[in-house]
Write a protein that binds this ligand. Structure first.
Ligand code: SF4
Length: 424
């Protein structure tokens, strides 16, 4: 089989999506006709529901990539989803919470039936294999093409690009097809979600993929019941009230009822802060690392770090605990104090960068350093910036300086906004 045939065959065989797509397109076309127009607004969906009330509820997966697997039900009338609901299979309770979906998952039918949704393959009118009239990019018309033409174009262009430039010239977020075709370039490992696994691997020693999926107690938050033993919960860069796997807000509220104090660190006073925060620490977007390092400065200056924990379980904190062969001057403590670069990373130094009041930084630093057990948790979001890995490193370092690891009600975790480990 030629490479082109292989690609065409594979693309065709992996077109469950395509078939579903066509089915949905047909359903959409029929529904639009019933609705009497090309557009498919909510009113028209409602009309269909009223005109054909004989639909039924079916289970439907949530296709978003958060990993939550919430209960999602679709009410289907004549092949068209007219409404959605989530878990109402049993009463909600702390010990048996409903597995309710978030707003994103519960509105995904609007993606399927949205007026802007592309329903068939299209290409730029003046695009040709090799690029065509590139000067018309962004200005060209779009024309509809057949599935066969689209698949043939995709296969022949992949073949041409591989032969001309090699596999490294193909960029993809991840594809078994392209892996089978010799591999591809990807963008991953420096920002947002991708910034965490490598840092977990290097700092916590967990396997890279295990680190990605929650191993090593670094990614994973404590069990939801364990939160109720915490005296303090820090939510850094998280807004689980808006979008999060599982039911974190319900369980956070249970922890609050059990007596935990909540501190929320975010650029804006978000919905989660409204519901939970006893204290809000504002920080400019993308400057969280500076805030963390100044917290470390306060702790070191006042000798508040859990030195016993650091000495026993970590390396690199001070010059007496450096890895073999490393330059002793590269230790974290001396960097924070400015021993060699002459820049002490004080709250005043950080405030110039992150905008947080130095007095508030000291108060916050004192609280997290002196309260046990504490859950020190972050979402992945603050790493969604240039050199996002620095945030991950600073977060774990400061968290571990408090020694809240391996104790009931305590944790240092990157799961606050994505808490499937604890609340799923
Ligand atoms: S949290 Fe939202 S996006 Fe994630 S699985 Fe549940 S409903 Fe879907």
């Amino acid at each position: 089989m030629s490479e082109k045939d292989f690609l065409t065959k594979t693309l065709t065989e992996t077109t469950l999506t395509r078939r579903s797509f066509l089915k949905w397109s047909a359903a959409l076309g029929g529904a639009a006709a019933v609705a009497g127009g090309v557009g498919f607004g909510l009113k028209k969906v409602k009309d269909i529901a009223q005109a054909a009330p004989e639909g039924k509820w079916i289970s439907a997966g949530c296709w978003h990539n958060c990993g939550g697997r919430c209960v999602n039900m679709a009410y289907v009338v004549d092949g068209v989803v007219t409404k959605q609901k989530t878990d109402d299979t049993h009463p909600d309770s702390p010990n048996f919470p409903q597995q309710r979906g978030c707003v994103r998952g519960r509105s995904q039918r609007r993606q399927v039936f949205g007026a802007d949704r592309i329903k068939y393959p299209m290409k730029r009118k003046n695009w040709e294999p090799g690029g065509g009239k590139k000067e018309l990019r962004g200005r060209d018309e779009w024309v509809r093409i057949s599935w066969d033409e689209a698949l043939n174009l995709a296969a022949s262009e992949l073949k041409r690009i591989k032969e001309t430039y090699g596999n490294a010239s193909i960029i993809s977020g991840g594809s078994r097809l392209l892996n089978a075709y010799g591999g591809h370039f990807t963008r991953w490992g420096v920002v947002s979600e991708g910034a965490w696994p490598l840092v977990r691997e290097k700092m916590a020693g967990v396997d890279l993929m295990e680190g990605f999926f929650g191993g090593g107690g670094v990614q994973g938050a404590p069990d939801r019941m364990d939160y109720r033993k915490s005296k303090l919960v820090v939510l850094w860069g998280a807004n689980p009230a808006w979008s999060s796997a599982g039911n974190p807000m319900y369980n956070y509220l249970q922890a609050k009822k059990a007596g935990a104090k909540f501190v929320v660190v975010t650029p804006h006073f978000n919905s989660s802060a409204v519901a939970l925060a006893d204290q809000w620490v504002p920080v400019r977007p993308g400057t969280d690392s500076a805030l963390l390092i100044s917290i470390a400065h306060y702790m070191i200056e006042n000798d508040l770090q859990d030195q016993q924990f650091l000495d026993k379980y970590t390396i690199g904190f001070d010059e007496d605990h450096m890895p073999e062969g490393a330059d002793k001057r590269d230790n974290f403590k001396d960097y924070v104090l400015g021993t060699y670069d002459g820049i002490p990373k004080t709250p005043e130094w950080a405030s110039e960068i992150c905008g947080t009041d130095p007095t508030l930084i000291r108060q916050f630093a004192h609280e997290i350093a002196t309260t046990k057990p504490m859950v020190f948790s972050t979402s992945w979001a603050p790493a969604r910036t240039h050199r996002g890995q620095q945030y991950c490193q600073a977060f774990f370092t400061v968290g571990w300086m408090t020694g809240n690891v391996g104790i009931p009600g305590g944790a240092v975790t990157s799961s606050s906004g994505h808490a499937q480990a604890s609340f799923g």
